[in-house]
Design a protein around this ligand. Structure first.
Ligand SMILES: Nc1ncnc2c1ncn2[C@@H]1O[C@H](COP(=O)(O)OP(=O)(O)OP(=O)(O)O)[C@@H](O)[C@H]1O
Length: 228
């Protein structure tokens, strides 16, 4: 599903973020990406949805070689990947319903299906009753649930969550984790970059640790392994 070999990434400013990274992730896995700040975790996730291109090495995602992919095929790739960020990134002037519907409108989903699909996914993240609210009328945890709904409404094969609980209190973080686990149980591959020792050590999953742009540890039911 995700296969990277010998991947290097040097940004135009000369910073090398990935330094010969090798990773293989299968469909249906739940993987934590851990490592010190600046280790290359976000860069790794950005290569998957081709926000960044590798300087060297092979990146294969859902049977697509991202080294040779045509620009016009990038939207098709991105439709198979949902992304959730630490800071939610909702559109502030749109309601919860509209934020999620927008993700379907941009891919020209048949308008007949939009209402049902948005309400189904809001039900999945337990926010059906807040469909008419604006983002700033919601708690942080609720905003993150909207952003998860938006990321999965198109049934992506992969969900990337870059520190999804970074701005949330512990109780709310567990709620988000249970939703991510449910999504994974329905077959979506979940990759979650995190600094939360408590989450990684409690909800045990595969752990890939990145340091200095390389994989330094890969354990099937691993621990966080850092002192914070
Ligand atoms: N767009 C960019 N241009 C230049 N350098 C960048 C860019 N993005 C990241 N970097 C640098 O690449 C290195 C890896 O950054 P990256 O964001 O991938 O790390 P990270 O492991 O996700 O860190 P954190 O845990 O703090 O989010 C850092 O030194 C960072 O400053």
């Amino acid at each position: 599903m995700i296969d990277m070999k010998g991947v290097y990434k040097t940004y135009p400013n000369g910073v090398t973020a990935l330094n010969g990274l090798d990773v293989a992730i299968n469909q249906g896995e739940f993987v934590y990406i851990v490592g010190p700040s600046g280790a290359g975790k976000s860069t790794f996730t950005k290569l998957i949805y081709r926000e960044e291109k590798p300087t060297k090495g092979t990146v294969n995602v859902v049977d697509t070689d991202l080294a040779t992919i045509k620009e016009r095929m990038v939207p098709k790739l991105r439709r198979q990947i949902g992304v959730v960020y630490q800071d939610f990134r909702l559109l502030p002037t749109l309601t919860v319903y509209e934020n999620v519907a927008f993700a379907l409108e941009v891919i020209e989903e048949d308008p007949k299906n939009i209402r049902r699909r948005v309400m189904d996914v809001l039900d999945q993240v337990r926010l059906k009753n807040k469909a008419r609210f604006l983002p700033d009328e919601l708690s942080g945890g609720e905003q993150q649930r909207v952003s998860i709904a938006r990321a999965i409404v198109n049934h992506p094969k992969i969900l990337i969550a870059d520190e999804p609980t970074g701005n949330l209190d512990p109780d709310t973080s567990w709620e988000i984790m249970h939703i991510l686990e449910e999504i994974n149980e329905l077959g979506t591959t979940v990759l979650m970059a995190t600094h939360s020792q408590e989450i990684v050590n409690t909800i045990r999953k595969r752990v890939i640790a990145i340091e200095d742009g390389m994989v330094v540890r890969d354990e099937s039911r691993g621990e966080y392994g850092y002192e914070h």
